[in-house]
Design a binder for this molecule. Structure first.
Ligand SMILES: C[S@@+](CC[C@H](N)C(=O)[O-])C[C@H]1O[C@@H](n2cnc3c(N)ncnc32)[C@H](O)[C@@H]1O
Length: 486
């Protein structure tokens, strides 16, 4: 609060000092430990200040600030402007509103209309609003300082986005709006989902601003919500759905480890992954012991597998030329392999994973499920396929797995097909670049020694595993296709 107060008070002192003209005493209602008031009294030394808050708060406040009231009420808060387009500072107000919903009993940020209501109901006859160079200032030129301010607020309330999206998935907001068939009014959405309308309105306002839903006129007086390509990706079971992946990464099991990231980075830190610190077991032991988590993990792997497989089929179908049998090493529930076999029906597939995973994998025509340990031995096939497997392990472990793959494929015409991220640190204008780096950070948090790799790092592990040549084909996905030959 003190950090935020310093920034805002500075903005008031610079942006509208006249607000204190004629004010000799000022009471700061809910003034906390008095940071704002002490800065104001320093800037306007004729003001006598009264810092007013709950007794246990003022008990620990420094004793310097001493204000009092005289005739006007000065409120420093966000003023939401719902219809203003492409307003980055305004969006921060909406994030703050999400935080109010999560952290307070009944708190909220308010629009001008809502401020007008509470002020008039409190007996104030007139009021005016002065934007300052803080969250309320919508007209400010975007320069580096402002960009820094926007980014900082995004770090402060960044979780509001994932929380709102999780809420949209869990409550089925995305499904109900998609199935409605025309713009859906808030009242009907609230009834259909049995939600409290004003809170639902606030969540929807936030998501409309973030581009998840569109707001469209129904008639002269009413607007309704419609789906977008983005909201369709949040529908469970949808063609390009990432819903399960979002639910996985926003689950307490996967969020808690992030608190140990700094400990992980320290030279003196131990070798236990943040996941294990938070959950008592490493990812794979935890997955084996918790069937619900296992199902969510494999459903979310299925989500992103569908996208990567589609991108491979569209972007590089030649990778399967001459491949009559394919072993998917660490193939999980078999989603990827079943899609490949459907697209290239001449391929005989072997879905290979640890026994407790293949035991619950779907049974498909043309696919044999085989349980085992990829560090020990891998079933023979023309080609070995690995997607999102090698990034779970360090170089030494990858080399062991790749050597086993090499043993499983024919020396003359065999190959290993890897679908993984290839980091390109300096590439400009790469829209998925940030996602790849985030995934690398996630590997540091969730796995023991996993990581995403640059081209040079891939070259190292492939050559050390005995592959003489390899090529990389970018596809329309976070991953690329790497083909490596003995
Ligand atoms: C991140 S998941 C990827 C699943 C799938 N390839 C995909 O992209 O959707 C990694 C897979 O490796 C499997 N795995 C882990 N250790 C293994 C081992 N020793 N032998 C075989 N599979 C293993 C896990 O069970 C899991 O299904």
């Amino acid at each position: 609060m003190a950090c935020e107060a310093r920034l805002t008070v500075q903005a008031i002192i610079k942006g509208c000092p006249e607000v204190f003209d004629g004010v000799k005493s000022l009471v700061n209602v809910g003034g906390g430990t008095g940071t704002a008031l002490s800065l104001l009294v320093k800037a306007f030394p004729w003001i006598r200040g009264i810092n007013f808050d709950l007794p246990h708060v003022v008990a620990v406040a420094p004793k310097s600030a001493i204000p009092e009231d005289k005739g006007k009420l000065i409120i420093v808060e966000a003023v939401l402007e719902e219809d203003k387009e492409v307003d980055k500072l305004g969006f921060l107000g909406l994030m703050l509103d999400m935080a109010m919903m999560a952290h307070t009993d009944k708190g909220k940020e308010r629009t001008l209309k809502e401020w007008s209501y509470v002020l008039r109901q409190s007996g104030f006859t007139r009021f005016n609003v002065k934007p300052i160079r803080a969250m309320g200032d919508m007209e400010v030129t975007i320069n580096e300082e402002v960009r820094a301010e926007i980014k900082t607020w995004n770090y402060v309330f960044g979780y509001a986005k994932i929380a709102a999206v999780k809420c949209a998935i869990e409550l089925g907001i995305v499904d109900v709006i998609e199935n409605y068939g025309s713009p859906m009014p808030l009242s009907e959405l609230a009834t259909a989902l049995r939600c409290e309308p004003s809170r639902l309105h606030r969540i929807m306002r936030f998501m409309v601003h973030d581009g998840i839903f569109k707001q469209e006129p129904i008639n002269q007086h009413t607007v309704g919500f419609s789906s977008t390509p983005l909201s369709r990706r949040l529908i469970k079971g949808g063609e390009k759905s990432m819903a399960d992946f979002i639910l996985l990464m926003s689950s307490p099991t996967c969020l808690a480890p992030w608190h140990s990231l700094s400990a992980r980075v320290l030279e003196t830190g131990n070798n236990i992954s943040p996941f294990e610190v938070a959950n008592g077991k490493d990812l794979w032991s935890y997955t084996e012991a918790n069937p619900d988590f296992r199902e969510l993990l494999h459903n979310s792997m299925g989500c992103k597998a569908r996208l990567a497989v589609q991108a491979t089929i569209e972007g590089y179908p030649e990778v399967f030329d001459g491949v009559e049998s394919l072993v998917d090493v660490g193939g999980g529930n078999g989603t990827a392999l079943s899609l490949f076999v459907k697209a290239f029906p001449w391929i005989r597939g072997i879905n290979f994973d640890v026994p407790h995973i293949v035991a619950v994998a779907a049974k498909s025509d043309g696919i044999e499920n085989v349980g085992g340990d990829m560090f020990m031995s891998i079933p023979n096939a023309d080609a070995a396929f690995l997607m999102w497997v090698l990034h779970d392990w360090d170089d030494e472990e990858c080399i062991k797995i790749l050597k086993k793959c090499r043993e499983a494929i024919p020396e003359d015409k065999g190959k290993v097909i890897i679908v993984e991220v290839v980091l390109e640190e300096d590439k400009e204008g790469d829209e998925l670049g940030a996602a790849r780096l985030m995934l690398d950070t996630a590997m540091m948090v969730i796995t023991n020694k996993g990581r995403e790799r640059t081209l040079k790092e891939w070259s190292y592990v492939l050559r050390q595993s005995g592959f003489t040549r390899f090529n990389v084909k970018p596809i329309r996905a976070v991953e690329s296709v790497i083909e490596a030959y003995p």
